[in-house]
Design a protein around this ligand. Sequence first.
Ligand code: HEC
Ligand code: HEC
Ligand code: HEC
Ligand code: HEC
Ligand code: HEC
Length: 265
Amino acid sequence: MSTTEEHAKEVPTEITDEKETASETKKESEIGYVILFFFVGLIASLLVGWIIFPKLLYSQKSQPFDFNHALHMQEVDEGCQSCHFFREDGSFNGTPKLAQCIDCHEEVNGEDPNEEIFVTEYVWKEREVPWLVYSRQPNCVFFSHIAHVSEESLYEGKDCVVCHGHHGETETLRPYEYNRITNVSRDIWGHNISGIARNSWDRMKMNDCARCHEAARDLASPKDLKAPTTRFITNIIDVAFPGTRPLSKGSSVQTERGACFECHK
Ligand code: HEC
Ligand code: HEC
Ligand code: HEC
Ligand code: HEC
Ligand code: HEC
């Protein structure tokens, strides 16, 4: 009896020894796996977030034909205003109509295939060109150019850069990209998927409109001017982390009563 008892005692201790060393090596390899899986997961989610997700979310369309702004700016007499102007009632012509092109394009003059498409498919058939507008806002938004640009600056197109970037100097048109779910142009959210904007024209979301309105209001009424230190700090935040500063109290979007109807009619 006693021998079997001793034997029975010995066996489990041997087993636990083996178990301990085995579980130690197991722990080490488990940590290795955890780290490996962490990095595999991290890389996979970065790929999904930065490359696959935007590919799935945005779809592309090309413009009816290419258009060269730089070339045309050398041909016209009145700068941007030749094609983009205010009508008598203050409304904006927006994208030009055939009437602004016809003087020079009644016939195919050059070798450019884009001119040929334009003249044969649109001018001769008297069809307006269905340009895709990169800066198009959702339908719920009211925007009017006359409040934002003066006649003088329209000639050279200086103010346009603030919201549209250097579109007026481009030689070719980039593809138009839109969100598959909302149908809204990608320019509203911006081309950086994280929503970070380095330039004022990188995106035009509600807060981007509001931020400029807020700044304009600050300048308009001297009693609302911020203390120099506050202004200094907000400037640093604006430079270091553009687009992240919360709007201050009294800004139109957050607190002012009825302010919504400034931009949503
Ligand atoms: C002041 C004269 C003038 C006006 C106005 C004008 N064009 Fe042109 N356009 C030219 C000249 C010159 C060229 C270069 C030679 C050519 O291909 O005929 C040109 C070239 C083009 C081309 C081919 C090169 C390119 O841009 O890709 C297209 C397309 C075109 N024009 C479209 C238009 C449209 C659309 C309008 C109206 C919004 C317009 N043009 C207004 C003079 C003009
Ligand atoms: C000869 C006519 C002509 C002239 C001059 C001209 N544009 Fe244009 N513009 C067009 C046409 C055509 C379009 C539509 C195609 C496109 O998006 O470029 C357009 C579109 C635009 C857009 C709309 C972009 C969007 O959101 O879709 C902007 C901004 C613009 N032009 C700025 C300018 C500026 C700034 C100047 C002066 C430096 C200028 N244009 C001069 C013909 C012209
Ligand atoms: C304060 C910002 C801002 C400024 C400054 C500005 N735009 Fe725009 N622009 C917009 C917005 C926002 C839209 C889209 C409007 C909409 O969807 O109703 C637009 C639309 C346009 C369009 C397309 C209009 C259409 O419906 O066909 C053209 C062309 C254009 N802008 C040209 C210009 C030119 C040229 C200038 C300079 C003289 C200029 N913009 C200055 C914000 C601006
Ligand atoms: C670069 C600065 C700037 C940006 C960006 C901007 N605005 Fe403005 N906006 C102004 C200023 C300044 C005024 C006031 C003009 C005035 O009082 O004559 C104004 C006036 C307006 C008005 C007219 C208000 C009235 O009382 O009639 C509307 C509507 C408007 N903005 C809508 C928008 C929308 C929508 C956006 C964004 C898509 C936008 N704005 C982006 C500067 C800006
Ligand atoms: C300075 C102009 C401006 C003011 C003021 C403003 N909005 Fe907006 N709003 C916009 C613009 C531009 C968009 C579209 C771009 C975006 O989604 O950010 C928008 C989009 C929206 C949307 C999303 C609608 C959609 O179809 O995607 C809602 C909801 C909204 N606004 C509510 C409000 C409310 C509520 C207020 C008042 C507290 C307000 N807005 C004040 C400019 C403004």
